[in-house]
Ligand binder design. Structure first.
Ligand code: HBI
Ligand code: FE
Length: 288
């Protein structure tokens, strides 16, 4: 799965995308005919593996979103087709990008209801893990939830907050929020714990781990706690935050005073495995 560096543009990961041909806002045309038969086959392998896990592990909103997008298991999706569908559903547009892009550009796109999707596919020796987000992670992991209006509204609001935040400490807090929700979020349902995070649902190992394993802590979502919690980029998470429902995410962000939160951004963060007396543990796991 893709594990994003905290500050992608300052990381020493060598980005492999075609940045030379991207536009000033990092847009890159998909160049669909350049995908090889093996790349289509890699898509199919990943799609079949992950979609088989959704019924028992994914939030109902994610499953519904994937159906609404009408994705074909057998070939790499055409971004413009998905974009047309998503635009009709929630007004979100899909644009191609070479990979990780600078935070300011990323936030700017989200704030304008555009979701950037990496155009290249991982190699066959990277089915289970890669450092950068690729097409499978971005498309399969992220687009289904963007077919849900409240979630789409949350992403736009998140982008708008980020577009106004410039201090590195504030960006660090926003990265934690994205990480623990959009990438690694869980939600409680009447049928047990389910994942809605793209980092979880684009990884077969973490899909099981996040929803079933006894090791990690699962605690009730608390915006301030999330904004202060450091995360791990090269292993499964030690802590997952659980929403009561998707609306809670948008509501808590709408109600929050981010400037007050950012004022504390210089304080040391909680460790990824911190356990606080105020944490509300969620006991139920995924049930089939
Ligand atoms: N760029 N393409 C892409 N995808 C991301 O998820 C992404 C990014 N740039 C910055 C970024 N994420 C992070 O800084 C998040 O914390 C927002
Ligand atoms: Fe992602």
């Amino acid at each position: 799965m893709a594990r994003l560096p905290v500050a992608p543009t300052q990381s020493d990961v060598k980005l492999r995308g075609d940045y030379a041909h991207a536009g000033p806002d990092f847009r890159l045309a998909q160049n669909y005919d350049a995908y090889t038969p093996d790349e289509h086959a890699i898509w199919r392998t990943l799609f079949e593996r992950q979609s088989g896990m959704l019924a028992e592990h994914a939030a109902p909103e994610f499953q519904a979103g994937l159906r609404l997008l009408g994705v074909d298991a057998h070939r790499i999706p055409v971004l413009e087709e998905a974009s047309d569908r998503l635009k009709r559903l929630t007004g979100f547009e899909v644009i191609g990008v070479p990979g990780l892009i600078p935070e300011a550009d990323f936030f700017g796109h989200l704030a304008e209801r555009r979701f950037p999707v990496t155009t290249w596919m991982r190699r066959r020796d990277e089915l289970d893990y890669l450092v950068e987000p690729d097409l499978f992670h971005d498309f399969f992991g992220h687009l289904p939830m963007l077919a849900h209006t409240v979630f789409a509204n949350f992403i736009q609001a998140y982008g708008a907050i980020g577009a106004h935040a410039r201090e590195p400490a504030a960006l660090k807090m926003l990265a934690r929020l994205y990480w623990y929700t959009v990438e690694f979020g869980l939600v409680a349902t009447g049928r047990g714990l389910r994942a809605y995070g793209a980092g979880i649902l684009s990884s077969s190992g973490e899909t099981i781990y996040a929803t079933r394993a006894t090791g990690p802590a699962r605690i009730g979502f608390d915006l301030q706690r999330v904004l202060r919690t450091n995360y791990l980029i090269d292993s499964y998470q030690k802590t997952y935050f659980v929403l009561d429902d998707i609306e809670q995410l948008f509501d808590s962000v709408l109600a929050a005073d981010f400037d007050a939160q950012f004022a504390d951004a210089h304080l040391p963060g909680y460790e990824p495995d911190a356990r606080l007396p105020t944490d509300q543990p969620v006991a139920s796991l995924a049930t089939s």
